[in-house]
Design a protein. Structure first.
Length: 93
C-alpha cells in the first residue's frame, strides 16, 4: 500500500555554510537572533526568496498590436460623451 503524499519536506543540512546551503548551527543562530523557531526561519527565508524571484502576476501577451489599439479606440469613441463642454475642471492648476 502506498502512503499518501504529505506537505512535509525533509531537510539535509550542509557540513559547512555555502552560497547554496547552511549548517544546522547557522539555522539555530538565525533562529536565536530573530527570536523565531527554526521552522519559522526556513519559511521566512523561502518567502523572501519567492518574493524576490517569482513574478507578482502572470505574464501578459506583450504589447498591443495596432489592430487592438484601433479596436479599443473605436469602442471608447462610442462611450465618450458627445456635445459641447459645459464645464472643465483640472486637478492641478
Amino acid at each position: 500500500m502506498t502512503e499518501p503524499p504529505t506537505d512535509q519536506l525533509s531537510l539535509e543540512f550542509h557540513s559547512q555554510d555555502t552560497p547554496s546551503g547552511i549548517t544546522r548551527s547557522t539555522l539555530r543562530s538565525l533562529a536565536r537572533e530573530l527570536k523565531l523557531s527554526e521552522r519559522q526561519v526556513v519559511h521566512l527565508a523561502l518567502a523572501r526568496l519567492a518574493n524576490e524571484k517569482l513574478p507578482a502576476y502572470l505574464q501578459d501577451d506583450g504589447p498591443l498590436t495596432m489592430a487592438q489599439i484601433h479596436a479599443i479606440q473605436s469602442d471608447a469613441d462610442v462611450h465618450m460623451p458627445k456635445g459641447r463642454v459645459l464645464r472643465r475642471m483640472t486637478l492641478f492648476s
